[in-house]
Design a protein around this ligand. Sequence first.
Ligand code: NAD
Length: 510
Amino acid sequence: MIASPQRLQQVLKSLDLDLTPWSGSGCTSRAPRDGANLAELRTHSLQEADAMLDAAHAAWLRWRSTPAPVRGELVRRLGQTLRQHKAALGELVSLEAGKITSEGLGEVQEMIDICDFAVGLSRQLHGLTIASERPGHRMMETWHPVGVVGIISAFNFPVAVWSWNSALALVCGNAVLWKPSEKTPLTAIACQHLLQRTLADFEAEQPGTVPPGLSQLLIGGRELGEWLAAQPRVPVVSATGSTRMGRDVAVRVAQRLGRSILELGGNNAMIVTPSADLELAARAITFSAVGTAGQRCTSLRRLIVHESVIEPLTRRLEAIYSSIAVGDPLADGTLVGPLIDRAAFDAMQASLDQARAEGGTVTGGERACRGLGDDAWYVRPALVRMSAQSGVMRHETFAPILYVLPYSGDVDAAIALQNDVPQGLSSAIFTGGLREAEVFLSPSGSDCGIANVNIGTSGAEIGGAFGGEKDTGGGRESGSDAWKGYMRRATNTINYSGALPLAQGVRFDV
Ligand code: NAD
């Protein structure tokens, strides 16, 4: 296995990225695959952050008047740059976040996809025309750029979450200030580098188009996130991470009456009914539960299976789990890479202990691949048979733990169990029955932002709006009409009559 610092040098060369301007102290980038330190980086001070916000605000004042299709052209070029550097950026994601190769590449593909989506959107920022109750009047709705969009992102999608937000924010005419996770600063620096290169090329071709400070990066920890959330000149804060973080950000943003887009923790469930295709379900369950080592917000954490099929399905899963390839995320054939760090390992062990204390039977969950590094935290994915939905199942443990729970009776009983947790991100049902599927998708069905039939809970496409309810925060990002969250809406009434009738028949003769 080539050590991570050596692999990093190749990646940096391929990206033509010099880390010297970013070097310093305060933020350490490390590689979960072998525990090696990758770089020591300088964190930004609050004074520097203030100066960046000045520049971002000034950039927005110009960018908002750039025609939206021209803004789209910039994002199209960003997509091209990402295509050219997909392999290197994907490898960097694997190095710094520990994702297996195909998931690292998949994350960059998601960035490319959202750029394509945003380019199309740049010609479709449509408003409505609305019938007026007054003769000779017309009403319409227009969508305007909102200002500087603040992005706070988590370690587990270190680059895709930025692109979901910034591709939309930029075509919508906004400037961007991004505070990535302190656990994945290098991937953020690489994105910023690729974007800056794209911006510079665009500016060289069309002088005066790209204002300096249009998109900037803040390296640092929680204090910079708190600062960003509190800034009145950041009208929209899009924050992805734990529910604890989201509660804090929500209060700071609300106190100044700003808008937050919150993408927080999940506790995702799948229901398997007696009519389900169990082999298909087993494959979907495995990818959703152990993919990304259980470190996706949409990872499957609770499996709610009808009592008549729970034994064959659990035995099938135990067989799959026993042979799943855990190891170096950059090695061919690996399906499960490392946890992000020791704290994640400790949290997993604590939850497994709690599950045992609450009557669960645990298979797997032990540390694996010790030879890959003392500070590399690999685990065998855990399957936990539970007889009731106890306390441990109500909170999100960001690790590959799948609780398997029986239900009896009809699908409503399973849906009640599924919804009986604080979070509401992703959900799925495996069934061969139309009625069960439709009930699951109905108003009395899943209470989550994502509800799937006969596919797993994770691996969403960018075309749909992404996000969830309850403790997941209620935000929506990515596709559908999520772009509206990055703009302000104006309602316009135009009078082309020679009179001045008032609405609701009010008379005010002067
Ligand atoms: P985290 O909450 O520890 O950190 C996320 C980001 O928030 C980091 O950039 C961090 O510096 C910043 N931050 C922390 N406290 C803050 C505060 N009080 N104010 C402002 N910023 C603050 O999360 P993590 O461990 O990096 O990521 C894992 C969590 O993220 C999981 O709960 C996962 O479900 C969630 N997540 C959700 C989605 C989604 O779309 N719903 C996507 C990815 C991850």
